[in-house]
Design a protein around this ligand. Structure first.
Ligand code: IMP
Ligand code: MG
Length: 183
């Protein structure tokens, strides 16, 4: 049996709460902030989050490669850069989950150095803080979780499972099935 970690209702509550926080933060911002979703895992979260934010904003996307199977490699490469001009704007990097921290550290450094935004914040729906390999605090966290490998709502097992509405921990049998589907 798969173990559901977050139902759609629970996810909605978390996303609504974050949306309110960003609305509050950016409601008097001069230039619309840019929300940068990290492809592909953050897509469902990004699309739900921006619709909970009640002020003008710009969306963009970035893609990096950083993860193979179920272990982080620490090696990050840029696959798709942003398209919008983020100079002098506040930026929020939107991630599905923070694990080792390598991805967010890399993205933050890359965007700060390359484009010099006015301010840069990080947001992750979930945070496996206990798994950090580099010290890093996410600015806006939906929920902190333990050391589970999870699938659904954007999170994948070798690309499979992103479209599942809830977030679940696949048991061994389900991992086997996902592995067979993916290969
Ligand atoms: P980090 O660089 O180790 O912090 O990893 C971040 C990336 O690893 C996220 O963008 C996810 O794509 C992926 N990731 C981390 N934990 C999980 C998980 O439990 N399930 C699926 N993907 C994960
Ligand atoms: Mg991923």
């Amino acid at each position: 049996m798969r173990k559901t970690l977050y139902t759609t209702e629970q996810i909605n509550e978390i996303v609504k709460r974050l949306g309110k926080q960003f609305t509050e933060k950016f409601k008097d911002e001069e230039l619309p902030p840019v929300f940068i979703g990290v492809l592909k895992g953050a897509m469902p979260f990004m699309m739900d989050l921006v619709r909970e934010i009640d002020c003008p904003l710009i969306m963009d996307f970035i893609q990096v490669k950083s993860y193979i199977g179920s272990e982080s490699t620490g090696v990050i490469t840029l696959k798709k850069d942003i398209n919008e001009d983020i100079r002098n704007r506040s930026v929020v990097i939107v991630e599905d989950i923070a694990d080792s921290g390598y991805t967010l550290v890399w993205l933050k450094n890359y965007l700060l150095k390359t484009y010099k935004p006015k301010a840069l914040y990080t947001c992750a729906l979930l945070d496996k803080k206990c798994k950090r390999k580099v010290p890093f605090d996410v600015d806006y966290v939906g929920e902190e979780i333990g050391d589970y490998f999870i699938v659904g709502y954007g999170l994948d097992y070798d690309e499979i499972g992103r479209n599942v509405k809830e977030i679940f921990v696949p048991d061994l049998e389900e991992q086997q099935i996902l592995h067979e589907i993916a290969h």
